[in-house]
Design a protein around this ligand. Structure first.
Ligand code: EPU
Length: 429
């Protein structure tokens, strides 16, 4: 099995450049299905989730070419089906954006139930409620979600739960529907604004993205576009947390500091010194890590996708820290892995209490999901001795070149490959 081997104790110093946002990329690539012409999408992260969603579009008939490591050119005109095949789709959660995109294009969609990281039950009832309000009939047969609409027509939708995925899916389905759609209690994450900007650059009429009321006036057609996606807020936050963990002085480049505000404030509570510039941020730590309390919430609250990374820091804080998960039912599975490194924590449902310990010790651990994997890296950077992290395919779904980026900052990290995971890598290239 492939592994990362990390020897802790080296402070991080230097500059690291953040890639494009994964969760924007996996929405914007399927959104290209709605275009009537070629889309050029720039600043994409070079990660396996992007490769998989691009491959799915190819399977649907789109012509997808890679202009360079971070740019895809997608010609969706030859897409000739509304049916997505099971093999690739069941690998990733974001494949559910095919529902909104195919429904918006064809008035029909057949998409297998999505896969992805498991943090408890991940329902899609709010997505389906939105599609039904727009006039689609939804059902599930043999593990495939079926959507059929005579003609999509705008409507008034109130989300019972603030959902990123439902917000994006409803925007995708409504963008070419007849008339006005009003979506209330919408999610406000930066990647929702990015998706709306992408669609508007193709001629869509979407306003209010980034607030909790989004209005979508349907248009007849969408043209092709050239678009560069936003920097990855969570990748940036992860390197900020890594800099705090290891100590040192790191400048994180190609970021939008406004998107990082809740992370910046929490890391300052933990003792970091942070300076914000136009599109970069400098993170230093010279004092011991302090304690804090954190509760994750939808944007602009503290992001759930930074919860494991901040918990790794709380684990060595000077006192007791309480971390409350406000988005997912079951996002503390990784704590068992951290315990192998000497972390003292109790978990009760959606609350974890960390009794800060002075030092962690290296151990063999596994990445139980993408962000849990990031937490293992952060813990390993501060631990005494060597940590081996298995199941790194989760990490590589969402972090571009994490080994090279950390080595560039002076971390002692290497990747060990074997045949089995090489086969995995080839399947997902
Ligand atoms: N929910 C429902 N019904 C629905 C949809 C969601 O009850 O129809 C609930 C979920 O069970 C959860 C909450 O609403 O408790 C929020 O879920 P949301 O729909 O916002 O999550 P998602 O769209 O499936 C995206 C990200 C996740 C991130 C969450 C929350 C993508 C591809 N995934 O998931 O990212 O944790 O939003 O911000 O954008 C990650 O990148 O590591 C990751 C898991």
């Amino acid at each position: 099995m492939d592994k990362y081997i990390i020897t802790g104790g080296s402070p991080l110093k230097g500059r690291v450049c953040i890639s494009g946002a994964k969760n924007a990329a996996v929405a914007i690539i399927p959104a290209a299905i709605l275009a009537g012409d070629v889309c050029r999408i720039e600043n994409l992260p070079n990660i396996s989730d992007v490769a998989v969603i691009a491959r799915i579009l190819q399977e649907l008939g789109a012509e997808v070419t890679r202009a360079n490591a971070s740019t895809l050119i997608i010609d969706p005109r030859r897409i000739n089906t509304f049916i997505a095949r099971r093999e690739l789709v069941s690998n990733m959660r974001a494949s559910y954006y095919l529902l909104g995109a195919l429904l918006g294009r064809w008035g029909k969609a057949r998409v297998p139930m999505p896969g992805g990281c498991y943090f408890g039950i991940r329902p899609i009832d709010q997505h389906l409620k939105g599609f039904e309000t727009l006039g689609a009939v939804a059902g599930v047969e043999n593990g495939m979600i079926h959507l059929d609409a005579e003609r999509l027509t705008g409507g008034h939708i109130y989300l019972d739960v603030v959902s990123v995925g439902a917000t994006i899916n409803i925007v995708l389905a409504a963008v070419k529907a007849r008339g006005l759609t009003v979506l209330e209690n919408a999610a406000r994450e930066p990647h929702i604004v990015d998706l709306a900007n992408f669609l508007n650059s193709m001629g869509a009429d979407i306003s209010g993205a980034g607030t909790d009321v989004i209005k979508i006036r349907g248009v007849e057609s969408l043209r092709g576009t050239t678009y560069s996606i936003i920097p990855d807020q969570i990748e940036a936050g992860t390197y900020m947390a890594a800099a705090v963990a290891a100590g040192g002085d790191v400048v994180i480049e190609n970021v939008t500091p406004k998107h990082l505000e809740s992370i910046t404030l929490k890391l300052r509570d933990l003792g970091a010194e942070i300076d914000e510039y136009d599109d970069s941020i400098r993170v230093r730590r010279t004092e011991p890590i302090k304690r804090t309390n954190v509760k994750t919430l939808p944007h602009p609250g503290f992001p759930t996708d930074m919860q494991p990374q901040i918990s790794a820091l709380c684990a060595v804080g000077s006192g007791t820290s309480i971390v409350t998960e406000g988005v997912w039912d079951n996002r503390f599975q990784y704590v068992d892995e951290l315990r192998k490194m000497g972390v003292k924590a109790t978990v009760d449902g959606k609350i974890a209490i960390f009794e800060g310990v002075p030092k962690l010790s290296g151990a063999p651990v596994a990445a139980t999901d993408l962000r849990a994997g990031a937490a293992m890296i952060i813990a390993a950077l501060m631990a005494d001795g060597v940590t081996e992290i298995e199941q790194i395919r989760y990490i590589e779904r969402g972090y571009e070149n994490v080994v090279d980026k950390l080595r560039g900052l002076g971390a002692d990290i290497k990747r060990i490959s074997d045949y089995k995971d090489d086969a995995y890598a080839q399947n997902h290239a």
